[in-house]
Ligand binder design. Structure first.
Ligand code: DC
Length: 220
């Protein structure tokens, strides 16, 4: 069974995918982490957004892997655990434009489609999973919440991870990413006709999980 979840930053897609993984025995795939890993490598190698040749070469020589360890999902970039490094403001500010580059999207979508075979039950979350990667997924959810609420959640997470940011900076980043993610030429964030919209502005993660679990049970 494939569960596809799309939605804007801070809607709780990662937390919900983690609960579906732990409680319903699914393998979770965080596609945002994959775009973040590519972004980190572009920063490290000083490759600019318009350097088509540089990006082509980078994609040919990059290995991205997701691995579960002690319940946490690790992202490995060429074998190095970059799970923390991909969450810095530097990466967050650049990831949306990086993910707008067509050749990067083509490569990531290809990798994601191939991940279908790693387990019988997978839950994949991102921006274009219900629309492009798995339009025929068994369950298609669009998870969202008001932008201020989403910024509040991300700000809290970042403070807990000792990152030095202000609430205003986080809100600004999320608003900019929402705008860019929704206007992308390829893989734009949008609601498909057959996706079920869950707005969790006033729900806890537990309530959100219960709502989504009911939808899953109906499809099983
Ligand atoms: O889920 P996230 O906030 O970690 O995602 C980071 C960025 O990656 C997001 O701003 C847009 C991009 N992204 C994408 O374009 N397509 C996906 N399937 C997942 C993420």
């Amino acid at each position: 069974m494939i569960i596809a979840i799309d939605g804007p930053a801070g809607a709780g897609k990662g937390e919900i995918a983690k609960l579906i993984d732990e409680r319903l025995n699914f393998t979770r795939i965080d596609t945002g982490a994959m775009y973040r890993a590519v972004t980190l490598k572009m920063i490290r190698n000083d490759i600019s957004l318009d350097d088509e040749e540089g990006i082509k070469e980078l994609l040919e020589n990059t290995n991205i892997e997701l691995r579960k360890k002690n319940g946490n999902l690790l992202i490995l970039l060429d074998g190095e655990d970059v799970s923390k490094l991909i969450r810095t403001p530097e990466v967050s500010n650049l990831v949306s434009p990086v993910s707008s580059i067509k050749q990067i999207r083509i490569k990531m979508v290809d990798l994601q489609r191939n991940m279908k075979n790693i387990a019988e039950n997978i839950v994949m979350e991102g921006r274009d999973i219900t629309t492009i990667v798995f339009p025929d997924a068994d369950v298609k959810i669009y998870l969202t919440a008001d932008v201020e609420e989403r910024a509040k959640r991300r700000y809290k997470e970042m403070c807990e991870a000792d990152m030095k940011v202000t609430y205003e900076e986080v809100l600004e980043n999320i608003e900019a990413r929402d705008k860019n993610d929704m206007q992308k030429e390829m893989g734009a964030l949008k609601i498909t006709e057959d996706a079920i919209v869950v707005d969790n502005t006033n729900m806890s993660i537990e309530e959100t999980f219960e709502t989504i679990n009911k939808i899953i049970e109906e499809r099983r």
